[in-house]
Design a protein around this ligand. Structure first.
Ligand code: SAH
Ligand code: MG
Length: 206
């Protein structure tokens, strides 16, 4: 009810390309960030004055394109799936944002991160079982603005569900482990929000 009320009050997504990417994602079951989630992320980018963003998990480029269009940041994004990568490149071209978004076609765990430079904000949104690995590999690149946002931490509510399937159960257990990990990292002030599919914000302590 409240969700309905707020989605009626809030402005809808109007950018034609972003609307069509969301439709494509729906039709092809590509798990892009929710509309609430991307608004939250874009506002964090603005509030923290982040200008360089690293994204782990590009998919079709929806979140990259939205971040750049709404905040003027520069994005480096990593994607390991070839179909997704090609789709993202096509969409970024269509948006005319080739100069603002650099997509790296590789597994984020294999990328030589020392070549990427520094980032003000890191958005972790790839394989959910690997979030701790991504966090620890890429936090080394954080500037002193230092914000890490991680997505899908309630995983469609499955973190509190009774799950039979062994693989799914293991995946959800790993997300639960990440959630404990992220709020307990002493170098960051972290909080997990019930926004979108569950998002943590971790701010590096000065
Ligand atoms: N950030 C996107 C959605 C990403 S979906 C958006 O909100 O618009 C997650 C993506 O991460 C998938 O496309 C998947 O192929 C990619 N991925 C998963 N594990 C990865 C890894 N280890 N390295 C790079 N990409 C990965
Ligand atoms: Mg996500």
């Amino acid at each position: 009810m409240i969700n309905n009320y707020l989605s009626n009050k809030n402005k809808k997504e109007t950018n034609e390309l972003l609307v069509s990417l969301r439709r494509y994602a729906n039709d092809h079951k590509v798990p892009i960030i929710t509309y609430e989630g991307i608004n939250f992320l874009n506002q964090i980018i603005k509030l923290s004055n982040a200008s360089k963003v690293l994204e782990i998990g590009t998919a079709i480029g929806y979140s990259s394109i939205s971040m750049v269009k709404n905040t003027n940041c520069i994005v480096t994004s990593i994607e390991r799936d070839e179909t997704m990568y090609n789709e993202a490149i096509k969409n970024i071209k269509a948006a005319g944002l080739e100069d603002n978004i650099n997509v790296i076609f590789n597994d984020a765990l294999l990328v030589d991160e020392t070549q990427l430079g520094e980032f003000d904000l890191i958005f972790i949104d790839a394989a959910k079982a690997q979030s701790i690995k991504f966090f620890e590999k890429y936090e080394t690149l954080l500037s002193d603005k230092g914000v890490i946002v991680t997505d899908n931490l309630v995983f469609h509510g499955l973190v509190v569900a009774e799950i039979k399937d062994r693989n799914l159960k293991q995946l959800v257990r790993k997300i639960d482990t990440f959630n404990d990990y992220v709020v307990n990292r002493k170098e960051y002030d972290s909080f997990i929000y019930q926004i979108g599919d569950g998002m943590s914000v971790s701010i590096k302590r000065k």
